[in-house]
Write a protein that binds this ligand. Structure first.
Ligand SMILES: Nc1nc2c(c(=O)[nH]1)N[C@H]1C(S)=C(S)[C@@H](COP(=O)(O)O)O[C@H]1N2
Ligand SMILES: [Mo]
Length: 426
């Protein structure tokens, strides 16, 4: 069997298995996507494959872009703003018709502005004003949404919006502007406010290779829905989810020199951009002596990029050295990184529209894997004698750092190496 046959067969197997044996919600999601692709109903899988962990949205090869309703939701709020009845949403500005955004100087640490945009004087931004800015300035980029404290992304999205700097320039800022902070609708209860912030430099100028911070109104080509933070949320390309405030209502320009994020109060590292890591999606349930071991999964490609994914099996009979917590000296072997999809499932027509950051006008990625997205991998390991084992995978970033280095600490984003224990029987 050549490599691509193996991969085809492998993904056919994982696909069938996901259909047959998935957790109910996953099975439903898979069925929808397969239904859209008009594939045949599944035949029984010749050898059962098992996911290493409960599946989560946004990490599977298909659909590549996570349908909005399949994102995991970790947002706070009592009640959750997106669960409010339509009438209440209209009243509090959670519809495109009634949404307003105030852009203000921070009264405690004022930035000197030529003008503010306030509800009181009727100048707050509304949705049509945002769309007028979009006509000239709209940008669109792919980004995986990941919660700092979770081991798995919430979903992969194609986000569209207006660069935040366009609104900042409209305030005619003059001096004492060092940061911006922002928050969204929180049931008018100060205790429920979820705030985030950025250095103004990041907003005004994009670091090399990164798209702008946006006020986002579309996800995967459709209006951003209430559960994902619509009508308008912030999306910060290189950051974990907590910087991407949903149901945006207030933007402050400030002379504060440091972060005042809600997440900072909760003992998190709020300056840490997205890390690179690999995880397993499928692994054989039963392995007999003589069976080749086929595994597959995904890698979140953080700001450090991804050069490869590696796999390794440790035998319990001959455990790895105790003084090497990240298994840097283990005999890792390279897995195969799968090429970019040619059909971008989850988007209309399976196509990435022209004018998308990182893609050419035919919707082909300019490089692969793309930073801030998911790439997928498949690994193949030789047959083993009977015994107990642990399977691991890891990413290696573009500078050659094996996961979880160079930033191994938990507060700054999850990157622990996963372990899957298994038995090989006669
Ligand atoms: N207004 C508001 N925005 C928020 C949050 C929140 O609780 N309230 N949660 C944040 C966190 S911690 C994450 S991880 C992301 C999740 O985005 P998603 O719900 O689209 O997956 O939203 C962020 N934006
Ligand atoms: Mo989060």
């Amino acid at each position: 069997m050549n490599r691509s046959d193996f991969l085809d067969e492998h993904f056919e197997l994982t696909r069938r298995h996901f259909l047959k044996a998935g957790v109910v919600s996953l099975a439903a999601a898979e069925l929808t996507s397969i239904g859209q692709a008009e594939e045949k109903p599944p035949a029984p899988a010749p050898s059962p494959l098992k996911r290493a962990k409960p599946p989560k949205a946004g990490v599977r090869p298909e659909p590549y872009f996570t349908p909005t309703q399949d994102f995991q939701d970790v947002s706070r709020g009592r009640p959750l703003p997106h669960s409010l009845p339509e009438e209440k949403k209209t009243e509090v500005g959670l519809t495109r018709e009634t949404w307003r955004l105030e852009v203000l100087s921070d009264p405690d640490h004022p930035a000197k502005l030529g003008r503010q945009f306030t509800k009181a004087d009727g100048t707050a931004f509304d949705f049509p004003a945002l769309l007028r800015l979009a006509e000239k300035h709209a940008v669109r980029f792919p980004k995986v949404m990941t919660c700092l404290n979770l081991g798995c992304p919430l979903g992969m999205g194609l986000w569209e919006g207006v660069p935040l700097r366009e609104l900042i320039w409209l305030t005619a800022p003059r001096e004492n502007l060092r940061r911006v902070f922002y928050y969204g609708y929180h049931n008018d209860d100060p205790a429920q406010m979820f705030r985030s912030s950025l250095p103004v430099g990041r907003v005004l100028e994009d670091p090399p290779g990164l798209p702008p911070v946006i006020l986002c109104y579309k996800l995967n080509g459709e209006w951003l829905d209430a559960e994902r933070g619509g009508p308008v949320r912030v999306v910060v390309p290189e950051h974990y989810g907590f910087k991407s405030i949903k149901w945006l209502t207030h933007l402050y320009l400030t002379n504060l020199p440091a972060a005042n994020d809600t997440y900072a109060e909760q003992n998190n590292d709020v300056d840490s951009p997205l890390k690179t890591f690999a995880a397993t999606l499928s692994f054989p349930r039963e392995i007999k002596t003589g069976d080749e071991i086929l595994a597959s999964g995904y890698a979140q490609v953080g700001v450090a990029g991804l050069s490869k994914v590696q796999v390794w099996i440790e035998s319990e009979a001959q455990p790895h050295a105790q003084d090497d917590p990240y298994f840097t000296t283990a005999p890792w072997t390279d897995a195969q990184l799968l090429p970019a999809p040619d059909k971008w499932t989850g988007l209309e027509g399976g196509r990435v529209p022209a004018g998308t950051y990182g893609f050419d006008d035919h919707g082909v990625p300019k490089a692969w894997p793309l930073r801030l997205t998911n790439a997928h991998w498949a690994g193949r390991l030789p047959a083993l004698p009977p015994g107990e084992y642990t399977f691991r995978c890891r990413s290696v970033d573009e500078r050659g750092h094996g996961q979880p280095m160079p930033r191994p600490f938990r507060k700054s984003g999850y990157a622990a190496i996963e372990a899957i224990r298994f038995k090989v029987t006669e």
